[in-house]
Design a protein around this ligand. Structure first.
Ligand SMILES: C[S@@+](CC[C@H](N)C(=O)[O-])C[C@H]1O[C@@H](n2cnc3c(N)ncnc32)[C@H](O)[C@@H]1O
Length: 152
């Protein structure tokens, strides 16, 4: 089920949130109709969620979302399949957030031989995105007091 108020769940480099009104002018909408929607480079899904919020994509469409980053896809699957428990787990991580925790989790996630399960990978990815400078992929920490929320 698609929630019409859903929005991009994490900040992400190169997000198209700010470009939406330019790409889809408010009084004009999309210049075509479609039944299937393919997003090969999903990222945070900023553009996709803007279409959802504007009812340009809804239950009537077949939707195919893809990204090469498996940890990003894990994060979306967690949000889709276990929204409540994942939200609780994220709050726990936010409460204990500090630079030391950030780098510890980053080092584990970036270690090719880590033994994390899918859930831990998705959670680690979301946590690092939240506390990275502008959602940069290399996950450089920012002061947790400077960034709160944000999207796209
Ligand atoms: C800038 S983000 C996309 C922004 C997003 N569509 C939006 O609406 O804001 C680009 C994404 O493309 C993904 N990507 C890059 N090369 C890819 C490939 N060959 N196949 C699938 N995804 C790829 C990256 O992992 C990254 O998440």
């Amino acid at each position: 089920m698609i929630q019409p108020k859903a929005y991009a769940p994490f900040r992400y480099m190169g997000g198209k949130n700010m470009l939406f009104d330019y790409l889809v002018p408010p009084n004009e909408g999309l210049p075509f109709t479609f039944n299937k929607y393919y997003e090969p480079f999903l990222g945070s899904g900023a553009f996709f969620f803007k279409l959802v919020q504007n009812d340009m994509i809804n239950e009537r469409h077949r939707i195919y979302l893809n990204d090469i980053r498996s940890e990003l896809i894990e994060a979306f699957l967690l949000i889709k399949n276990y929204p409540k428990s994942i939200s609780r787990e994220m709050v726990k991580l936010w409460k204990t957030h500090c630079q030391k925790q950030f780098y510890k989790i980053r080092n584990i996630l970036h270690n090719q031989e880590n033994e994390l399960n899918d859930k831990q990978i998705g959670l680690a990815f979301m946590y690092l995105q939240r506390y990275s400078i502008m959602g940069l992929g290399n996950h450089t920490v920012v002061d947790s007091t400077r960034i709160r929320g944000g999207q796209g």
